[in-house]
Design a protein around this ligand. Structure first.
Ligand code: FE2
Ligand code: FE2
Length: 195
């Protein structure tokens, strides 16, 4: 499928507002891909399809999670926000014939992240956080950081997500903690004598 066909397919699945978001993620992911030496076509395809199942009914998503061996079942005990990513990867493979596992992983982990993410996964995940339609406190700093250091920006984005969930007394999906830990760089120790 070419870009226009993919966009037409996703447009049928999501709201107008989410489609605008998808276009923003596509443009941002393409730009970040060029900047960080990631395959632009893969980044664009994953970005177009990343929220394919965002508005699927809960029972339909639950059914796919239950009967797909590759989808971790512990998702069912966590926030439903995480479901559409794993279900989306499975559905675009099945219904749209997307066979590229790197693209499917970028869709699968765009919400939770995971330990040692591939550069393509990072690009899509970060683009999802900072596309031009996103408005939340700190998004400008995140956009600036994304231009300098993708890992640092993503570590901060996952940190924000974890803080958000903890403040609302919600569970944190373990992969998000693993993702952040694998991206955080140790801070240089201060020389005590200088203090
Ligand atoms: Fe999403
Ligand atoms: Fe998204």
């Amino acid at each position: 499928m070419n870009r226009e066909q993919l966009l037409a397919a996703v447009k049928e699945q999501i709201t107008k507002h989410r489609y605008e978001h998808t276009l923003g993620v596509m443009e941002t992911a393409s730009r970040l891909a060029v900047k960080y030496g990631v395959n632009v076509k893969q980044a664009e395809t994953a970005a177009i399809l990343h929220d394919y199942c965002k508005f699927w009914p809960e029972d339909k998503m639950r059914e796919i999670i239950e009967r797909t061996p590759a989808i971790p079942k512990d998702l069912l005990e966590h926030d439903k926000e995480l479901w559409h990513a794993h279900v989306g990867a499975e559905v675009v493979r099945r219904d749209l014939g997307i066979q590229d596992n790197e693209i499917l992983d970028a869709i699968r982990y765009h919400t939770s992240g995971r330990e040692n993410m591939a550069p393509l996964e990072k690009v899509v995940c970060l683009a999802d956080y900072i596309e031009p339609g996103r408005h939340f406190p700190g998004v400008e700093e995140l956009r600036e950081l994304a231009e300098e250091d993708m890992d640092h920006a993503l570590a901060r984005a996952f940190g924000n997500t974890i803080i958000f969930l903890v403040n609302r007394e919600k569970k944190v999906y373990p992969l998000t903690v693993f993702a952040r830990n694998s991206l955080v760089k140790p801070k240089k120790k201060k020389n005590v004598q200088e203090e």
